[in-house]
Design a protein around this ligand. Sequence first.
Ligand code: PMP
Length: 529
Amino acid sequence: MTTSIPRPDALAPTSPEAGTALIAQLAKELYAEFRRGSPGTADGKEVPAGTGTSEGLAGAYPTGANPVTPPVHPGVPPATSSASGNGAAGSGADRVPAFYFLHEPGAVGLSRVPAIAHVPSPSPTPVFDVERVRSAFPALHQAVNGRPLIWLDNAATTHKPQAVIDATSQFYRRDNSNIHRAAHALAARATDLYEAGREKVQKFLGAADAREIVFVRGTTEAINLVAQTFGRKFIGAGDEILLSTMEHHANIVPWQLLAEQTGAVIRVAPINDRGELILEQFAALLGSRTRLVSITHVANALGTVNPVEQIIALAHAHGIPVLVDGAQSVPHLPVNVQALDADFFVFSGHKIFGPTGIGVLYGQSKWLEQLPPYQGGGNMIRDVTFARTTYQSHPQKFEAGTPDIAGVVGLGAALDYVQGLGLPAIAAYEHELLAHATDALASVPGLRPIGTAVNKASVLSFVIPGIPAEDVGRHLDKHGIAVRSGHHCAQPAVRRFGLESTVRPSLAFYNTREEVHELVRVLQLLPKP
Ligand code: PMP
């Protein structure tokens, strides 16, 4: 490497603009260097590392004509509504999952997959300038173990564009105050920023009303909130909660805690060998005792994109509400909660290029107004006496205590950034990259992909039999390549494939083909299994 990485204190910019310019310059130099090929990489040889109760549910939905025999795929009623959101609204034709058909159903071996799945775009795709995009992400431009960082751990968390860093730091530099209570200028400013963040999330998700947006710590807290409010109110002994095998632990354990408290029963819809939900079996598990379906939109360990529109339509045909875990979908796919008709939709800020510690629970007003508070404290009350306390209506009812105000500001900046690029353009770019990476990985001797769904996003889990996943992860790290190895907080999903851990590269829109090629090259340096 001829580009030296300045020490952080040498980077201290005199103004945000100067900081951005400096970062952009560094980004350019490092990336140009990387693309020319670092010393020791061009010949493909190894380079030494180290340099560097059931009330209230009935009647919630119009039930299907025959509640005993649920409609099953493919005769699933289509979702009907159309509303503006982050690009998903409208007719089926402009919904993005078309990008995600990587392989024809039934194609088993990766060798039968064409080099890149050429799927016609539903509309002309704007040019996606990945070099320009990368220059907005300071953390991408650093060396790790003497090599340019290649961040392929996006399913765990994403890096932040300068706009998010600036918005958060500006809040603390200028606007910092608690919200709602004090009547002074900074309190008003902070409150405006916080509520503007709520409106940004509303628009991003295509929700009908900003009051349907509740700020929480993240996906995990959002699901716990629903389990402890909706669950305690509507789910009793013997009632069922329907999950799937591919869920993150955050969408399993809160329901187990609820089941311990109430005597509810957890049912699990199975997946096939490609890691896809078996829709017929899912439909067959929807019964008269099912009180809630809670399912992921995109599976974090497998990359499977679930047909949530169909899942929701099937559940609603039985009068059953649905929670969608969108932690892994919102960074990659346009989502519109009204078009989906999701009852609850949850996601985390840090996985969509925003800060850690902030996340979102979307809930339809018809549910939020019925639910009891989650936690008690300041902000969520209307009046308190020792005899009796009354509560605010939603969303404040669920936001006890001082919230992460700067987190909301940063999340709003992240959503602005993502929407500036455009989710359809992001989805198209990532689809191409994922298809390319899937093919490229097939050239690694012995590599077995885990999760080969027809409809996938971002995630490229695999194992190389004979080499522990953790060893593969360490080997990649020595070359500056960050992936996650382990069970990915989805042990039932990984065990479905007879495994305890996998290696999981996961893509975001700032990743490139060159990075994928470097991943494959470094994997090829591993001893033959
Ligand atoms: N659900 C899914 C599908 C996830 O990928 C994750 C994070 N890996 C979570 C839930 C939990 O998210 P958080 O840790 O941000 O609460």
